[in-house]
Write a protein that binds this ligand. Structure first.
Ligand code: DP6
Length: 341
């Protein structure tokens, strides 16, 4: 794979990286350490295929960092998290450089489709190559996690595990792929009923939930069982086991948000309709499709690949105002050659 970099001193050098988004089967919700963004609970994800973020890294023309998302320069007020990430990056690797970072998503930004995951994963890989660090996957995952914990998982492909826990230190909180002898033939069917950016970020929502929800401790308490059970289900290729845990994990997460003060609700009527359709589909065809939702109203369905098309058509007929996107398992983040954004 060609890597387009020249010296950091060379004004024209650039790198373009791409990372896929991922959907958590077992949810990360809540932080053990807010500064370093260490998850309080372990999580497992499904890497989407070809749905993610292109990230173009180049030297800044002035003494400031710039972030351009989908063609629009992000203003100072929204730049706090990005600056914190770049400040961490520079201090960690003794780099004294300002960057212009241009990202382009091929998934709706901020719609609960985990685009911060692919954004920080592609940025970490792009920065590593641009600065000739050539970090290992483990180091990239550690770096991406500081930007967004779910991004730690988007460095890798297929099914990915990220540890979490109160006692976890920075160097322990990196993702790794779950090695499977037989990769299950499953797909993620994404039901998009709302493309708008969410009003409350997952970061803010998880802080409020952790601080105020009486159900948050219950979510944390059996998250390790969910993690281990899901991993076993993946190893044995048992969709029913993985799907049941996946639904339980997301419902516990949303229940804990509902019970927060103030209460947080990301679901919309179409989300509940989709959930009921999936349950009815299962009653008819058996345990072939299971749902999950993140910090947004869009519904993701893990299903046997051969039924993905039939399921999509069925949902589209019943919920005609939604857009359906199907994704197989995707690969790890990569450097592209000279893709212009
Ligand atoms: C519901 O990774 O976006 O998608 O670490 O604060 O950036 P930060 O949060 P983020 O939260 C993702 C939450 C989730 C569940 C998951 O992806 O595990």
């Amino acid at each position: 794979m060609p890597i387009i970099t020249t010296s950091l001193d060379h004004g024209k050098s650039f790198v373009t990286a791409f990372a896929n988004a991922n959907i958590a089967l077992v949810k990360y919700w809540g932080k053990a350490n807010r500064d370093l963004n260490i998850p309080l609970v372990p999580s497992i994800s499904f890497t989407l295929n070809s749905l993610g973020t292109f990230c173009h890294v180049e030297k800044s023309p002035d003494e400031h960092d710039h972030l351009i998302i989908d063609g629009q320069e992000v203003d100072d007020a929204a730049l706090g998290r990005f600056h914190a990430f770049l400040t961490y990056f520079r201090s960690q690797f003794s780099i004294d450089e300002r960057f212009t970072i241009t990202t382009k998503n091929n998934i709706p930004y901020g719609a609960g489709l985990a685009s911060s995951a692919s954004a920080y994963a592609s940025m970490s890989l792009g920065l590593s190559h641009f600065c000739h660090l050539d970090l290992s996957e483990k180091e990239l995952s550690l770096l991406a996690r500081v930007g967004s914990a779910s991004a730690a998982r988007s460095i890798m492909g297929d099914f990915v595990a990220l540890p979490g826990g109160e006692a976890l230190g920075h160097r322990d909180a990196f993702a790794s792929p779950i090695m499977l002898q037989n990769k299950p033939d499953w797909q993620m069917v994404i039901v998009i009923g709302n493309h708008q950016q969410k009003a409350l970020s997952s970061r803010e929502a998880m802080t409020i939930t952790k601080q105020t929800s009486p159900f948050f401790d219950a979510f944390v308490k059996n998250s390790h069982d969910d993690f281990l059970g899901c991993k076993d289900g993946l190893i044995t290729g048992n969709l029913e086991t993985v799907g049941a845990i996946m639904e339980h994990s997301t419902l516990k997460m949303h229940a804990s948000m509902w019970a927060a003060k103030p209460s947080i609700n990301y679901l919309q009527p179409f989300s509940l309709s989709a959930i009921e359709l999936i349950k009815a589909f299962r009653n008819r065809f058996g345990p072939v499709a299971f749902f999950t939702l993140d910090a947004g109203p869009n519904v993701k369905i893990l299903c046997e690949a051969p039924i993905a098309e039939r399921l999509s058509t069925h949902i589209q007929e019943k919920l005609p105002n939604t857009t359906i996107v199907c994704s197989s398992l995707g690969q790890k983040a990569k450097i592209l050659d000279d893709r212009a954004l």
